[in-house]
Design a protein around this ligand. Sequence first.
Ligand code: PRP
Length: 217
Amino acid sequence: MGENRYLTFALAKGRLADKTLELFEKANISCGEMRDKKSRKLIFVNEDWKLKFFLAKGPDVPTYVEYGAADIGVAGRDIILEENRNVYEVLDLGFGKCRMCVCGPERTADMLLHHERIRVASKYPNIAKDFFYNKKHQTVDIIKLNGSVELGPLVGLSEVIVDIVETGSTLHENGLRVLEEICPLSARMIINPVSMQMEKGRIQELVRLIRGAQAGK
Ligand code: PRP
């Protein structure tokens, strides 16, 4: 591949994309066009750097990167683990920090401890399955939800949930607590394996610039 090929970024829409663009701007590799919130355009181009950017639904970012429709992606580690796509994770962007946890009302702590067959509601069924089956060797029933997962134990759908905890206020306000931490989360940069080989130099240079911006240089 020559110097003229565009490198394409898929960014997870929302707060993460805003933070990503802020960081990229510090690294001088961003694209002014993208800051125009009113624009309905889907793809933005930085001609100087031969970069293209597009915004996608978070869970679709690893899909675009695995298939090579994007060379580079930025998404939360929660999504990257859940989707389990064939991509390289190369950089922790350091924002969007939170934790994946098993949570529930106080009375479920013992159920968890005694390996009871409990129901687990989650937006992240693969992460939940991996944690309970492969790490804890505990048989559970996993129920997939699409949001407001804290409702699960409140309305009797499940005993516990596997979900993201950031400040902990959603749990607190609903009488739930963290029972066990699964892993820390933050925004990560992922790369298509073929792009990694073919565009190694340019990707390394971008990573170097972003690291510099992170360090405040
Ligand atoms: C996320 C997560 C928790 C909440 C955690 O939900 O699922 O509900 O944020 O944040 P906190 O610890 O700071 O309270 P989100 O707002 O993304 O919406 P969702 O429930 O539709 O997934």
